[in-house]
Design a protein around this ligand. Structure first.
Ligand code: ZN
Length: 562
């Protein structure tokens, strides 16, 4: 099935509610475990259809945010999905209290029921209007960023199209393009402050209606944190400050002397080498051609996967006006097909689409026949292990994308993995402190961000830009608006991906085998359980970051020949 042949039809709310309620009735009235199973599987098939339609609307809306039809459909889902939560909750309660639960638990595993218990803590009918308001604010943020039309280099560019200029060899171009980007954000700073303020207040109100002190506890339940808590996350962040910040500080100083600047300003930050960053060569077709070869050579199953993706036109990667920013991988479960969305811009980010996003898609592909849906679902840090590790497993094929610039690419990639950790933890700490004190003013939030910049990225020179120097960098980080607390997941996953990288250097066959098993047991185990059963170092252990960083730094020092 090709993406263009997938037919979207709006699931009408009343029909959906009636059908779902009837199926839940059947589950509740099941005479025996076999009948309960049949009834539950019917609900699963029905909700799979619903999620496929929601995903199709989301993707087609993000492909062209100016398309009035899908704009209306996205709004329809934003408004109506919260209204279905009440029925979801009825099903969840019925599953937990079912006399047939032992039989279902035996077949599907206990984790599914733990996660249901957690999900029940995130909803009451009283918060429907708040969920609708939250959805609308997130869509508004997305639309605002997609609407950016910035005059630069004689063209009108959106944010992804402007991005390559931030890595230009000419320092003047980097500075001017960064100024243009910052000026766009500054011209919308009032709206961005207001949107976030409303999001914080809406989320806090929801949390209080559900009986929590603030949004943090609710945020953790919504992220299905089923194997670690706030204290463990706080310890992880402290370990990053202790073991990673000094390393990145050194790497950044080396970068400054390599590119010949006195300090790393925001416009030098992404620029790694005096003769320019590694850029992939060739047209998008050539890049995809090599991507196909790479996955066919990596393993028989990845070969099957890439043929499936390319045959189904399951990539949309070219940047266009009106297209949403960023990149993501999403599932059309009825078609058993993942889909990858990206904005190619001529930088090494384009290759991440074929490694990072394809890592997500590969895990989804491996799980595509598993039913019911909860057994395919993984928490986000596990999902990011899939993607971030794939970035490293595909290293041997990088010369086909970067040619003689491959050494520069690998160096930047590995150094970037370390440099990312403090940034990711800063985003996480920012969110904890914002939701702890929801009445902070926008100015206080900016001051907080600046304070964190000083602690996590002491090497970064913010002078000369009201946007950066004024502590507003966070307004460009969509997760802070749209996906609260989804950021530490990248950091935890990075720690594991670096462990896979180190094992892959020692023994590729064994490391790949371990990775495939990690993917295959994903829906059946928690993140901590998966780490444990793969005998990988846990990011929550005191020495893990120190050890993984030491291995990476050793490699960087040995390979820093530019
Ligand atoms: Zn990802």
């Amino acid at each position: 099935m090709k993406f263009s042949d997938m037919i979207y039809t709006r699931p009408e709310l009343d029909e959906t509610k009636t059908a779902l309620a009837g199926m839940i009735d059947a589950f509740e009235q099941a005479a025996d475990a076999a009948a309960a199973r049949v009834a539950y599987m019917a609900v699963d098939a029905f909700t799979s259809r619903l999620s496929t339609m929601a995903a199709l609307a989301y993707v087609r809306h993000s492909l062209d945010t100016n398309d009035a039809f899908f704009d209306a459909e996205q709004e329809y889902f934003d408004q109506n999905m919260p209204l279905l939560r009440e029925l979801d909750q009825r099903l969840e309660l019925a599953l937990l209290s079912s006399p047939h639960r032992p039989a279902l638990e035996k077949e599907f595993g206990a984790l599914m029921f733990t996660d249901i218990e957690m999900s029940l803590k995130t909803f009451k009918p009283e918060i429907v209007a708040d969920l609708q308001a939250e959805n609308k604010l997130c869509s508004d943020y997305d639309k605002l960023l997609a609407s950016a039309q910035i005059e630069f280099d004689g063209k009108k560019l959106n944010l992804p199209q402007l991005a390559p200029y931030h890595q230009d060899k000419d320092r003047g171009v980097r500075k001017a393009s960064t100024e243009a980007r910052a000026a766009w954000f500054m011209s919308h700073s009032g709206t961005l402050d207001d949107m976030f303020d409303r999001l914080v207040k809406t989320r806090t109100q929801m949390a209080r209606k559900l009986g929590y002190e603030n949004f943090i506890e609710l945020g953790y339940y919504r992220m299905q944190r089923n194997c670690y808590d706030r204290d463990m996350v706080a310890r992880f962040r402290r370990a990053v400050i202790e073991h990673i910040v000094p390393v990145t500080d050194r790497l950044k100083k080396e970068q400054a002397s390599r590119i010949g600047v006195p300090s790393i300003t925001v416009y030098d930050d992404p620029f790694n080498f005096p003769d320019g960053n590694a850029r992939p060569f060739g047209s998008p077709e050539q890049i995809f051609g090599h991507g196909r070869k790479m996955y066919r050579e990596l393993s028989p199953k990845t070969g099957e996967f890439i043929d499936f993706m390319m045959g189904g036109e399951l990539f949309d990667v070219l940047a266009r006006a009106g297209k949403s920013g960023g990149g993501y991988c999403i599932d059309f479960s009825d078609y058993k097909a993942p889909f990858i969305f990206a904005n190619f811009n001529g930088t090494s980010d384009d290759i991440d689409v074929l490694t990072h996003e394809a890592g997500h898609a590969y895990a989804a592909y491996c799980a595509r026949d598993i039913i019911p849906a909860p057994l395919r679902q993984v928490t986000y840090e596990t999902a990011e292990v899939h993607s971030m590790s794939m970035e490293f497993f595909t290293w041997p094929w990088m010369d086909g994308f970067f040619g003689e610039q491959t050494a520069k690419y690998k160096y930047s990639h590995l150094a970037g993995a370390l440099i990312f950790l403090p940034y990711g933890c800063m985003v996480d700490e920012f969110q904890h402190r914002v939701y702890e004190r929801p009445d902070m003013t926008p100015a206080q939030r900016n001051a907080l961000w600046l304070e964190l910049e000083g602690r996590y990225r002491p090497w970064l020179d913010l002078a000369g830009f009201p946007f950066y120097g004024g502590g507003r960098r966070w307004q460009a980080q969509s997760h802070i608006y749209e996906r609260p607390f989804y950021y530490i997941d990248y950091c935890l996953a990075q720690s594991t991906a670096l462990a896979f990288w180190a094992e892959d250097r020692q023994n590729h066959a064994a490391a790949w085998d371990k990775y495939q098993k990690f993917i295959d047991s994903a829906g059946k185990n928690t993140f901590a359980g998966l780490i444990d059963s793969a005998a990988l170092p846990s990011p929550f252990e005191a020495d893990t970051l120190k050890t993984v960083a030491a291995a990476a730094v050793k490699w960087l020092d040995e390979n820093a020949r530019f």
